[in-house]
Design a binder for this molecule. Structure first.
Ligand code: ACM
Length: 230
């Protein structure tokens, strides 16, 4: 997708993938192949879905999955940093982040074209069973300037609260990157409203696929990744 505003422009790719719970090596391989493809198609910025490396493990209600968490130099983020540097692109990647020995966050990181993390945001509005796994985000909704754009980040269920996009808009965002694992049907429409009311772009990368749960009710992820203009 090609975005153009004021005198700036950006070629953008959204990755929409199916991830398998706990199969980090396989999910990383899949995503890195897609990043290579998007970069060779000319993307200068890439957004991955939430949970791209771990799968949506909170849906399983299995309390033994804390070991999927990793620090920001673990295998998934190391692969992202290497690709960002190799292709000279910006990447927004969300991981199950462990800080120290006992803090766990749903964290989106903006990696620059030198492979360095230049922004972090930890999800504020935890969805349903996510509260079993994550501490509530301790970093404010923030905007990071990459030269061609001022990028705000919110994560999945943050969409449900108009204050998230408004806060980022008031902080000067041109564009909100919105990594997601959406199951509710309303988000794609609601994002259009968020863009209209705030005069911003929002890009949502969502996953696809189905995840079985112990409770029997499988989760169906709705895909529908989208780019919406102001
Ligand atoms: C969600 O916030 N992952 C639905």
């Amino acid at each position: 997708c090609f975005l153009n505003w004021e005198s700036n422009e950006m070629r953008l790719a959204l990755i929409q993938m199916d991830s398998k719970v706990g199969e980090i090596d396989r999910n990383v391989d899949t995503a890195m192949g897609m990043i290579d493809q998007a970069a060779s198609d000319g993307a200068s910025m890439i957004l991955l879905p939430e949970y791209w490396s771990t799968g949506f493990f909170p849906g399983l209600r299995d309390y033994k999955l804390y070991d999927l968490a990793a620090p920001d130099d673990g295998p998934a983020m190391s692969a992202i940093k290497t690709k960002a540097h190799e292709h000279r692109i910006h990447i927004v990647s969300t991981i199950y982040e462990r800080e120290g020995s006992d803090l766990y966050y749903d964290t989106a990181m903006l990696v620059n074209d030198e492979g360095r993390i230049i922004g972090k945001y930890r999800k504020t509005h935890l969805f349903d069973t996510e509260k079993n796994y994550f501490d509530r985000g301790d970093l404010p909704l923030s905007v990071f300037d990459i030269g061609s754009a001022r990028i705000g980040v919110m994560i999945c269920f943050d969409w449900r609260f108009p204050e998230s996009a408004r806060t980022l808009s008031l902080a000067g965002a041109d564009l909100i990157a919105h990594p997601s694992n959406l199951v509710l049907p309303h988000c794609p429409q609601a994002i259009i409203t968020r863009c209209l009311e705030n005069r911003i772009f929002v890009i949502t990368a969502n996953r696809v696929g189905i995840e079985e749960r112990i409770s029997g009710n499988p989760l169906h992820f709705i895909g529908q990744s989208q780019v919406v203009d102001p």
